[in-house]
Design a protein around this ligand. Structure first.
Ligand SMILES: [Zn+2]
Ligand SMILES: [Zn+2]
Length: 223
């Protein structure tokens, strides 16, 4: 599955706002307006450069084995799950909970928001993969374990609503992996986690991927 960490629309908005603000300042400041032929282009280039540095669109893909971060005109950053050395939750003021994922190379570090549906699913997938690889010791604490969907006591996960949908009874995977969920995770109408497992199993052990609709097994609403 893949998600935008910074959307192209966010880049465009910031660039346009920056340029408009610059032009307003330029035309309303006497000494600047006298030199607008020179200052105008310099400011516009500056506004674009700042947007490039702060708000450059980034796309993140997780295929179960590695995180690949792509940005326009920049080389792709690849963080294999086996290289992850630390997964730690923290709280960013005004932005909410975050999960920092770090490897031995600091340039590959990632930040995900467990509050966003698609990023939450990506974190759960990471949790399952860390369990398979027997690497759960890289997870910093109890709160982070919960965000990664790894059971281990403690208080209820504050990010999961109380009336949560149980895992699929057919394949046991997270309901958000299935077709019809709000996240763009299912692969060709099949549970994405099943598809991943199918690809990684030896040929003779392969089973067909589950195609149940997300939430189709949900019981009567609990009040
Ligand atoms: Zn299923
Ligand atoms: Zn499944």
């Amino acid at each position: 599955m893949s998600i935008w960490l910074i959307r192209p629309s966010s880049f465009v908005t910031t660039a346009v706002v920056g340029c408009v603000v610059w032009l307003l300042v330029l035309e309303n400041t006497d000494w600047m307006a006298r030199h607008d032929a020179v200052l105008g282009p310099i400011g516009l280039v500056g506004a674009l450069a700042l947007t490039w540095a702060m708000n450059w669109p980034q796309h993140l893909t997780f295929d179960g084995d590695r995180f690949v971060r792509r940005a326009w005109l920049r080389p792709a950053l690849v963080l294999p799950v086996s290289d992850i050395t630390a997964v730690a939750g923290y709280y960013l003021a005004k932005a909410g909970p975050r999960i920092a994922i770090g490897g031995s190379d600091p340039r590959l570090a990632l930040d995900l928001m467990p509050g966003a549906a698609d990023q939450a699913l990506m974190l759960r997938r990471l949790g399952r993969r860390l369990e398979h690889l027997d690497m759960t010791n890289v997870i910093a604490d109890e709160g982070t374990r919960r965000a990664l969907g790894i059971p281990g006591g403690g208080l209820r996960d504050p990010w999961t609503p109380e009336h949560h949908i149980p895992a699929c009874p057919a394949c046991g995977h997270d309901w958000r992996e299935h077709p019809g969920a709000s996240t763009d995770a299912a692969i060709k109408g099949k549970c994405a986690e099943c598809v991943y497992e199918t690809k990684h199993l030896p040929r003779r052990e392969r089973v067909t991927a589950c195609s149940a609709e997300a939430g189709s097994w949900q019981g009567p609403a609990v009040t």
